[in-house]
Design a protein around this ligand. Structure first.
Ligand code: PLI
Length: 460
């Protein structure tokens, strides 16, 4: 068969130089950072795969858009551009811009959740669940079982298990379920999509019981691309049309624009219900800023509107998801245990299988992320026991089944040569896996501990 290569649908106009450190320097840096990759200075990182959030390279059109910033306190022209782009692409009627995704989550949770409510969702996300809990709700996981199995090849591991949802609704009553929290391309499961068929079924179930569906559309465009690739009947539909179809089955969305939308800061809440929108606009002035800027500069909203137009381009998604797959396939071929199928925004290493000698409460994924940094200056993120935090009732570590390290790929930033270096580094660590020791917590903050916690090694 003739080889069919693909290439990025852009050329590079401006570059940022990288700095390489020595292994000895990195050993000192990771100890200084308390074995937490969030606490390393960016200047000490060679290839930064901490997150795909706010790390994209903007296009020339987005940079040009910054010059069109209308920095008026009220009624900025850029707000109206963004509103039109969101109405066109997502289809929701009303927009409340926020400084980033968690700003939208805060407003939505405060408006919709009452003390004692239950919020079902397809696996938790850290900030989303915390805002639900701070508003008095309890998160209930209703994702399909396969999502918790790293090796399962289920093509739609982001699907909701409707039977699990129904059990909850029957047990507590629909009145205590303010909405279903549905995440597109489920981050903590490894960037795994839901199918349109599952969403249609969920929507019918919820509409019959008057339970709204609130979509976390942070990576909905990447989810739409997977539907096009994998779901029967969608191969000839555009990503843009699939996104609209998806959103039309839901009642509103929270979005961190720092992912799909190719900007370095920004987010929004989008709603269809006018009454809820008015209340959200009112809360926005308490926490974010006036309802026509929500903590953003006018120029940020312009870059977001342009980023949205670029994000739905199939050539962009093909290269974006293709690059993640390129890295994942190299690791898989070398026998590194990773979450299958390879997701959209990163390759997730199964740290429990990689480091079977480290028990869960000695944080294998945290230890692995630190080891990968020491190996080659590649920064990854723990997504396991540390990220999951403690059960608010018992105080015990939640110990999720998935104990992962995420190699998250920023959009349009790195080349395939960078991916080769990352693969070599991870394969190198895999070869000496048995020499890696577990960690013990030395400092644990109250909220979202993974960002600021500090550790020390349990052994040499
Ligand atoms: O980081 P924010 O506040 O703009 O967005 C919060 C947020 C909400 N939902 C989902 C699915 C996310 O992935 C998300 C943020 N994710 C980060 C920061 C990440 O590194 O994955």
């Amino acid at each position: 068969m003739t080889k069919q290569s693909w290439a990025e649908p852009f050329k590079i106009k401006s570059v940022e130089l990288l700095r390489m450190t020595t292994r000895q320097e990195r050993e000192a840096i990771i100890a200084e950072a308390g074995y937490n990759t969030f606490l390393i200075r960016s200047r000490d990182v060679y290839i930064d795969l901490l997150t795909d959030s706010g790390t994209a390279a903007m296009s020339d059109r987005q940079w040009a858009g910054l010059m069109l910033g209308d920095e008026a306190y009220a009624g900025s022209e850029n707000y109206y551009h963004l509103e039109a782009a969101i109405q066109e692409h997502y289809g929701y009627r009303y927009l409340v811009p926020t400084h980033q995704g968690r700003g939208a989550e805060n407003i939505l949770s405060q408006l919709m959740i009452k003390q004692g409510d239950f919020v079902p969702g397809n696996m938790y996300f850290t900030t989303t669940r915390l805002h639900q809990e701070l508003a008095g709700g309890a998160f209930v996981d209703v994702i399909v079982d396969e999502a918790h199995e790293p090796a399962s090849e289920h093509p739609f591991k982001g699907n909701v298990d409707i039977a699990k949802l129904d059990r909850l609704v029957r047990e507590v009553g629909a009145a205590r379920v303010p909405y279903v929290s549905l995440e597109a391309n489920v981050n903590m499961a490894g960037g795994q999509p839901f199918s349109m068929a599952n969403l249609k079924e969920l929507s019918a179930y919820c509409r019959a019981r008057n339970i709204p569906i609130m979509l976390d559309a942070t990576r909905a465009i990447e989810n739409a691309y997977f539907i096009k690739e994998r779901e029967p009947g969608y191969a000839n539909k555009s990503v843009k049309a699939i996104l609209r179809e998806m959103c039309d089955l839901t009642d509103g969305a929270t979005v961190s624009a720092k992912k799909d939308l190719l900007v370095n800061i920004g987010g929004f809440l989008a709603l269809n219900d006018e009454g809820l929108f008015k209340r959200a606009q009112n809360l926005a002035v308490v926490y974010e800023g006036l309802h026509t800027y929500g903590g953003l500069a006018g120029r940020d909203m312009e870059a977001m509107a342009q980023g949205l137009r670029e994000a739905v381009m199939e050539s962009h998604q093909a290269a974006r998801i293709g690059q993640v797959r390129y890295l994942g396939e190299q690791l898989e071929a070398a026998g590194v245990p990773i979450v299958k199928p390879i997701g959209s925004h990163g390759v997730f290493i199964d740290a429990a299988a990689f480091l079977p000698h480290i028990e869960r409460d000695a944080y294998p994924a945290q230890a692995l992320a630190a080891a990968i940094y020491v190996e080659a200056g590649v920064r990854a993120m723990e997504r396991g026991n540390v990220s999951a935090g403690r059960d608010p009732e018992t105080g015990a570590n939640r110990q999720p089944n998935l104990e992962l390290v995420r190699l998250t790929i920023p959009r349009r930033v790195y080349t395939q040569a960078h991916m080769d270096v990352v693969a070599e580094a991870v394969i190198g660590v895999h070869q000496r896996a048995s020499t890696i020791a577990g960690l013990r917590l030395t400092y644990e903050p109250e909220y979202l501990r993974f960002f600021q916690a500090r550790f020390e090694p349990l052994g040499p």
